[in-house]
Design a protein around this ligand. Structure first.
Ligand SMILES: [Zn+2]
Length: 119
């Protein structure tokens, strides 16, 4: 099983940060209202163990991809019955948000060369 087969490559932590910045998402949790603490990014346990937060290399780690079961009408060009999503979690109340991997992939593909944050 390869959950990344429809994508160019795993979504990195840095690409996730870029996507959140691009979409101008609020840092405020819709459940508890906190906006001063960081969100937890759920990373793939199979991701290479690269660097630490000080070196910045940890931003090359991969986001975990969850397969959300689909019931009913399919809205995406996928052949299986799952929608791939990545998850972020409020550090205070554990409210979780799931973001559509197809939207992130569309963003990655539309991004002009030269603006990618590759280190
Ligand atoms: Zn919260």
């Amino acid at each position: 099983m390869d959950e990344y087969s429809v994508f160019n490559s795993p979504i990195t932590f840095q690409e996730m940060l870029d996507f959140l910045d691009y979409t101008q998402r609020s840092n405020k949790c819709p459940t508890c209202g906190q906006e001063d603490r960081d969100w937890r990014f759920h990373l793939d346990p199979g991701s290479p163990d690269i660097g630490d937060s000080e070196s910045g290399d940890m931003r090359k780690r991969w986001m975990a991809v969850f397969h959300m079961p689909i019931v009913g009408i399919q809205t995406h060009q996928i052949t299986d019955k799952y929608l791939p999503v990545v998850a972020i979690e409020c550090d205070q109340c554990s409210h979780m948000e799931f973001l559509n991997v197809f939207a992130i992939e569309r963003y990655r593909r539309a991004k002009p060369e030269g603006t990618k944050n590759e280190q």
